[in-house]
Design a protein around this ligand. Sequence first.
Ligand code: PLP
Length: 369
Amino acid sequence: MNEVQFLNLKRLNQQYRDELVSAATRVIDSGWYILGQEVKAFETEFASYCGTRFSLGVGNGLDALTLIFRALIEQGKLSPGDKVGVPSNTFVASVLAISSAGLEPVLIEPNPKTHNLDSTSPGLLNALTEIKALLAVHLYGQLADISNLKKLSDQHHVLLIEDAAQAHGASLKGKRAGSFGIAAGFSFYPGKNLGGLGDGGAVTTSDPVLFELISSLRNYGSAERYKHDYIGVNSRLDEMQAAMLRVKLSYIEQDIANRRKIAKLYRKEIKNPVILTPQVLEESAHVWHLFVIQSEYRQSLQEHLSNLGIATQIHYPCAIAEQPAYSSSNLIAPLAKRLSNSILSLPIDPTLTLEEQKAVIDACNSFKP
Ligand SMILES: *Cc1c(COP(=O)(O)O)cnc(C)c1O
């Protein structure tokens, strides 16, 4: 038995090789490489997939989120220094976006069973009295408790923004990630569920004003060539990545179906009293970007799996509040710190063979602390 890789991107993209090559050829031959037909077509297709009026291709997921906050400041809906709530166990980029837009992150501890914010999250109600915006992260591919978060943020006049970087296609009663808040940020980093062959990101929104603003901000603050209305940035999805993503988007539902099949098997077959498998919200459709288990014996479990040739990862080994970059802030989040010591991500690559899936299951079941 060969090693089970965590995510075999080569094998994954090989499935679409011919189509990727012909899309790349189309771009090379077009002679147009920035903000052209491919980006426009991808934006239309991605907005339609997410169920929003607009989508905008940008340089990466971090920029997508940062541009949303910057646009809300330009609009006067947020002011520099305003507080923005964000889950304490998210990927650092969620928090970097808030900080780099000149806003102040407020960490909110998640529900440890779902790893996401919900209406029972400790500190959420407290935070809602001081924050002006809430960045709901759909961590690991499962929607945060988005309908309750929307209700609560509306009641408190708090703007709701989504970080959907891990949740392309996740849905609640058919409504997809990216369509719940006033805007959402997506990442197309190669390892994401919709991954390019390089960096990429998108903003989705149904608000025409926000759409115009962000189209301008991503392009030097300019809607008309050499006329600059805002102090913008250069953060555009390029034609080549857009062409790659159009191919990948046409197969995303197939990839998600494969991830769901693997998750179902893991949840059914992993039976070890020292391993906790993830809790799934009944009414919402998980897209399984990551399959994150918990164990108080995380380190020896990871070693055991590694000895059996199974690669695992930790998302994330060091919580935001513990990061050197935030050491001078007074952020504290003991629950996120505790979670970071017990979580472990198993391989859930959509191209995993049945043999590989069984090897993961057997290795988990044979672990003894
Ligand atoms: C990947 C990711 C981002 C950042 O996306 P990049 O394209 O890598 O900049 C933001 N938030 C979350 C939750 C992510 O997983």
